[in-house]
Design a protein around this ligand. Structure first.
Ligand SMILES: [Zn+2]
Length: 276
């Protein structure tokens, strides 16, 4: 699933390519892909795209008149720009024809696994109130003090807490494992047992990892591509994710693999001791 860096990569591309473009036409190829109670509003036809907003793993296109479209990329979603009248790939469920200057082009929303969707809203404020208010603070903004409050008296593990979008928005399996490794925190440690200095270190590492990944275009494990269709490169920098059974880059111990909230979790038991 695209996590914060992958979604931010898509947003940056859309800002560059689509802000200032007018939507000439929308083609819906699978009706079920449009969700929510406002399906009667069209998907920005005749409106000009003014801004791209992101919160955690979700983002929205806002038009000049204020109307907005929320995008959820599901497990395998992509939103890519193509020349006008390009051949549509399999699994493109919606495509928009846009015009910027005198150039027509298309925006294709592809989602082979069909967990994603598009949801129209009357305003970005409505998205903030209805959808994003149920999420935690964005992972690039949250502080150690915020997490200390959220983890107080919590019995679940730090890994489960980081994956919970209501706790912190934007972190998934890749960046949770990488952050905990670089912070020396065992993924199954109780979140409530982690001290403020440890959380401060963890948040610092989290931000560095997310920003490095954004600079590298995100991690392309399966399908991730930016708005121009380019794959990311940060998968080459993963120190633990997907490396269970391989040696730790720091101490040489064999990395362990376990399950936490049904997600494969990789860690180094020497660098991330459990009994702290
Ligand atoms: Zn190690």
């Amino acid at each position: 699933m695209p996590e914060l860096p992958e979604v931010e990569t898509i947003c940056r591309g859309l800002t560059l390519l689509c802000v200032g473009a007018r939507v000439l036409d929308v083609h819906i190829h699978r009706a079920g892909f449009i969700q929510g109670s406002k399906k009667h509003i069209d998907l920005l036809t005749n409106l000009t795209i003014a801004r791209v907003h992101r919160h955690g793993k979700q983002f929205a296109l806002e038009s000049v008149c204020g109307r907005a479209l929320l995008f959820h990329m599901g497990m395998s979603g992509s939103l890519t720009v193509h020349p006008f009248q390009s051949t549509r790939a399999k699994h493109v469920h919606v495509h928009w024809t846009l015009m910027k200057g005198n150039k027509k082009f298309e925006l294709h929303h592809k989602d082979p696994r069909r967990f994603g969707y598009v949801q129209p809203f009357f305003s970005i404020q409505e998205i903030r109130n209805d959808i994003w208010s149920t999420l935690g603070l964005d992972a690039l903004c949250i502080t150690a003090d915020d997490l200390l409050q959220k983890f107080k008296n919590k019995k679940r593990s730090i890994k489960a807490s980081l994956l919970d979008q209501a706790c912190v928005a934007g972190v998934g399996n890749i960046y949770a494992d990488e952050t905990l490794f670089q912070s020396g925190i065992h993924p199954l440690r109780n979140a409530g047992s982690i001290s403020l200095p440890e959380l401060e270190k963890m948040i610092k590492r989290l931000r560095i990892i997310l920003n490095r990944s954004i600079q590298g275009g995100g991690s392309s494990i399966q399908d991730h591509q930016d708005a121009c269709g380019r794959a990311g490169t940060f998968q080459n920098c993963h120190q633990v994710y997907g490396r269970g059974g391989e040696p730790c880059e720091i101490c040489g111990s064999i990395l362990k693999q376990t399950l936490c909230v049904q997600r494969t979790t990789v860690f180094c038991s020497a660098c991330q001791p459990r009994n702290k």
